[in-house]
Design a protein around this ligand. Structure first.
Ligand SMILES: [Zn+2]
Length: 411
């Protein structure tokens, strides 16, 4: 009980801080048209690496470092990225690769994966002049792990804005069961990619929106999406939204892929939470999906992971058993309308499934690396019938639960 109370107090503080930050940034973004990032260059070697990004006008920036894995993060106001298609996929010198994109309304971010510990030797903005664009310049120099960690400690003394928690609507007396749909990834985190650049974050968002329509049509449920646009939401925030809003069921939606040359796999799978993965493929997938926060430059140390861990141990057995029950029903229903993976029911340590009091499953709709699956994922009729089938399962599951509660009450 004490643990739970502390946890809620901590989350409350985090949410309040985040809400303020979001308001401020949204106001700033609404003012006029957004700056545009127009080009990017990498230079130098492992002794000194230089990164330059051109902008249509001068912007503000804030750079900081994160460890395990070693990253440099630069926060800037929301900008439009109009960069060469492969930008960031490969690096140079101390930079292994980098990503860029929206992390919240009003805020964009650059995240650099480092080849080894490095220090920010210089980070500044040059105003545009005489036809030259405004430029963001980052210069990195090698350092050792100890100095790298010391620098993080110094940076942390100045307050940093946390990523915002998506806000959940108040209940307002509406007692209908709440289904939380969780389209994976978003913003700077694209998720996995298809051969022609199809991005998981887009595929799963449009599927979740379709499923929401289907569920809302019956009028029996409230439906909440952890994100309804192309922004990033940290994994812990997805769980937090479901718990704060008192969700009855949490369904995370993803699409998988196998790396090129690692064979072919196809079909939908449904995952539940477990400490040990059912097989190596499930373990690989959980590791990949859990990387979302690393990709977006979230400081994992600031997430209340240890507290959540204790809560998982306290989790009622009922939540686990309901999650597994729902996963079985879903697999049974979905196989009538779509191709399933040869072993469609698996479990592993997905961070997003860790609510101890909300039955939660993660659905991998199919493999974007498989041609037939990708065709399905992008097809309107497939989306419709698969969303129908999932909505049907959710309805059956929730009505049996409500009936169960009534029954227990009668005893
Ligand atoms: Zn995913």
């Amino acid at each position: 009980m004490v643990v739970r109370a502390l946890n809620w107090a901590f989350l409350g503080v985090l949410c309040a801080l985040s809400a303020l930050a979001v308001q401020a940034l949204a106001a700033a973004a609404a003012s006029d048209s957004l700056p545009v990032a127009t080009d990017v260059r990498l230079g130098g070697d492992e002794a000194q690496t230089r990164f330059v990004m051109d902008f249509s006008r001068k912007i503000d920036m804030r750079a900081f470092t994160l460890a395990d894995p070693y990253r440099v993060v630069i926060d800037i106001p929301q900008v439009v990225f109009q960069l060469p298609p492969k930008a960031g996929e490969s690096g140079r010198g101390l930079i292994k690769a980098y990503r860029f994109g929206l992390v919240m309304q009003g805020g964009s971010r650059l995240v650099f994966d480092l080849a080894k510990p490095a220090k920010v030797a210089k980070a500044f903005i040059v105003d545009s002049s005489e036809g030259a664009p405004a430029r963001l310049v980052l210069e990195l120099a090698p350092t050792d792990r100890e100095s790298f960690l010391r620098q993080i400690a110094i940076d942390n003394r100045t307050a940093r804005t946390d990523l915002p928690a998506a806000s959940a609507p108040a209940k307002e007396g509406d007692q209908r069961p709440l289904v939380v749909l969780d389209p994976g990834h978003g913003g700077i985190d694209t998720g996995t990619k298809g051969p022609s650049g199809e991005e998981e974050k887009d595929i799963v968002l449009s599927f979740a929106q379709r499923l929401r329509e289907r569920l809302e049509k019956s009028g029996k449920y409230r439906v909440l999406l952890t994100r309804s646009d192309d922004t990033f939401v940290a994994l812990a925030d997805r769980v937090r939204v479901a718990r704060d809003a008192g969700a009855t069921l949490f369904v995370s939606i993803h699409a998988d892929s196998l790396p090129h040359g690692e064979g072919d796999a196809q079909g939908a799978s449904i995952y539940t939470l477990s400490d040990t993965a059912t097989d190596s493929e499930a373990a690989r997938l959980a590791e990949k999906e859990n990387r979302a926060d690393v990709i977006a430059g979230v400081d994992l140390k600031s997430e209340p992971d240890d507290v959540v861990g204790i809560l998982i141990d306290l989790a009622e057995r009922e939540t686990k058993s309901l999650s597994i029950q729902f996963a079985h029903k879903l697999a049974g229903e979905m196989k009538a309308v779509t191709r399933m993976h040869k072993k469609p029911l698996k479990s592993a340590g997905f961070r997003v499934l860790r609510a101890p009091d909300v039955p939660s499953v993660l659905v991998e709709l199919g493999y974007v690396s498989n041609r037939q699956d990708l065709q399905s994922l992008l097809s309107e009729p497939w989306r419709n019938r698969t969303a129908d089938s999932m909505a049907q399962t959710i309805e059956t599951f929730l009505s049996s639960q409500t009936a169960g509660v009534a029954h227990t009450g009668a005893n």
